[in-house]
Design a binder for this molecule. Structure first.
Ligand code: ADP
Length: 533
């Protein structure tokens, strides 16, 4: 009954709680690699999207530049002077732009920034034209598809490394002007000279900074030479996770990484943290379940012991009562022939009724102690005398059952403060157990001895003994060892618990030395210091 209820509870807990949670944990453990990959790909995509938006930004800037140049041409198609003025303004407005030109067949309008040192190729008109015409010539085939796409509103410039000298790097962005009404084959070309370093600092880096909350490290690298042009960190020892060409100037590469760590490390750490957290939660949960089950088990055991107790006590009350009644009725009817027989009947009545009193005292004291209503009267007394008197009082009962009791009492034990009634009751309980749990050898040895600051009262029997594993439990209320002999003897499971409680009141102890088949010794240990007079 009890086991099946517990099995039910355990099954419900396992099915409803443990199985899903443990399966989820196992699933997560197995999936750790996949989770890491997932976290990795999330971060990876984030970095990609940052690089993408930098590129997008550069693209947008270029689109405005090309639109501005286109509007100069469409507003002043034939006025070279005005075109020049507008170009000049345009170049001044944009720090990264060094110069710009509009080219139509063999003529062009060009302007450059007013700077103290302009590159040679800009200062020498001849050199400039030669270089430009060479580039335009080589670009002819590539310009046709650009023009086709320009009709769809999408202009991708051709980028040429124009010059690299004296720490200055110039890129030429070359692209056609598209106009619905223009004749085919007669195309205006437009060009913008970009100061690479200025461009990187003013346009690329600024966009980076706008998106960086300090967690990321950026760099712009020149692909040909590997030179880093811009770097958000002091040292450039860090290895970048992601690189991408700058769409507008493909010779430049933009790079990104997470500060002080790598995507692999981040994803591993994240996955591990998640897993650790899950394992901690599960451990707490398992401990909780274990604790609940233990309590349920405890409560069920107590409930079973209480039921056994009621059955045992009823049995214990019924047997002596039946005997007393039988002897009394026989005596009343005058059917007892001899005086000796009569005396034996009277003795039985006295014996059985004293056993009843003992049992009822135990139960009453137990309930009083449990409800903290029991009061003790501690008065100086001689333990040796008390033990002797108790044995004398109990001698008749013991003799009748065929027991031999010996007493070895020190005569010089000092008086200590005790509740004589309670100690007497304890002794009777221990003697009663010695009698109940003895088989062939019916000798009981009692001793009262002083050891330093202690007085020890021992009761030694040669009965069935108690396994080591039960030594602690026998002092719990209602507890009875589960063996056939114990099962067949009457008892409430309260006796030893009561003795322990009484000894606690006296600041003393009860100990047991016993093993199966070798008898048992129960010792009551009284301290002299605290209880002495
Ligand atoms: P009861 O004797 O009424 O069962 P107790 O609390 O006095 O209850 O004892 C608890 C249990 O301890 C007993 O049921 C028995 O199993 C064990 N026990 C106590 N004293 C002895 C003893 N002297 N020898 C063997 N077993 C004992």
């Amino acid at each position: 009954m009890k086991n099946s209820a517990l099995t039910k509870i355990i099954t419900v807990i396992i099915i409803s709680l443990l199985v899903p949670i443990l399966s989820y944990t196992i699933y997560q453990v197995v999936q750790t690699d996949k989770n890491e990959q997932l976290i990795y790909s999330i971060y990876d995509r984030q970095l990609d999207s940052i690089l993408f938006s930098v590129n997008q930004h550069c693209w947008d800037i270029f689109s405005t530049w090309s639109a501005e140049l286109a509007s100069i041409l469409s507003t002043y198609p034939d006025d070279e002077e005005r075109q020049k003025i507008q170009l000049q303004k345009y170049v001044q407005r944009n720090p990264a732009v060094l110069g710009a030109f509009l080219h139509f067949e063999n003529q062009e309008v060009n302007v450059f920034k007013e700077r103290t040192v302009l590159p040679e190729s800009f200062r020498s008109r001849e050199l400039f034209r030669q270089k430009l015409l060479m580039i335009i010539d080589s670009a002819k085939t590539q310009l046709a598809p650009i023009l086709r796409r320009a009709k769809e509103g999408y202009i991708k410039p051709l980028a040429y490394a124009w010059e690299k000298s004296g720490g200055q790097e110039i890129t030429l962005l070359l692209f056609p002007y598209f106009n619905e009404s223009q004749e085919s084959g007669r195309t205006w070309l437009m060009g913008i000279f970009i100061d690479n370093i200025e461009y990187i600092n003013d346009i690329v880096a600024r966009k980076f900074m706008a998106m960086n909350d300090g967690e990321l490290v950026f760099a712009v690298r020149e692909k040909d030479t590997g030179v880093l042009h811009y770097f958000t960190e002091e040292s450039n020892s860090e290895k970048f996770e992601k690189s991408e060409d700058l769409w507008i100037i493909p010779n430049l590469e933009i790079q990104i990484k997470v500060r002080g760590t790598t995507l692999n490390q981040i994803s591993q750490k994240r996955a591990r943290t998640n897993l650790t957290f899950l394992i901690v939660v599960n451990t707490v949960l398992l401990l909780g379940v274990f604790y609940v089950l233990r309590n349920v088990w405890h409560e069920m055991t107590l409930a079973r012991m209480k039921t056994d107790f009621v059955a045992n006590v009823s049995h214990e009350l019924r047997t002596p009562l039946a005997l007393i009644r039988m002897f009394a009725e026989t005596l009343e009817l005058g059917r007892v022939p001899s005086d000796e027989k009569k005396r034996a009947y009277y003795r039985s009545i006295v014996g059985e009724s004293s056993r009843l009193t003992q049992l009822i005292n135990n139960i009453l004291d137990f309930s009083k102690i449990e409800s903290h209503k029991k009061e003790y009267k501690l008065e100086p007394a001689d333990l040796s005398r008390l033990v002797r008197k108790t044995l004398e009082m109990y001698a008749f009962h013991l003799e009748q059952k065929g027991f031999q009791v010996s007493l070895d009492a020190d005569s010089d034990v000092p008086e200590i403060k005790i509740d004589t009634e309670a100690i007497k009751q304890s002794l009777v309980n221990l003697l009663d157990n010695a009698v109940k749990f003895s088989t062939e050898n019916k000798n009981i040895e009692v001793s009262v001895q002083r050891h330093d600051q202690k007085i020890i009262v021992s009761i030694h029997d040669h009965g069935i003994g108690i396994p080591e594993s039960e030594h602690k439990k026998i002092f719990e209320k209602f507890y009875r060892v589960e063996s056939s002999l114990v099962h067949n003897t009457k008892g409430s499971g309260l006796g030893l618990n009561l003795v322990k409680k009484i000894m606690d009141i006296h600041n003393g102890q009860i100990t047991v030395e016993s093993s199966p088949g070798k008898g048992s010794t129960f010792s009551l240990i009284f301290p002299i210091n605290t209880n002495g007079v």
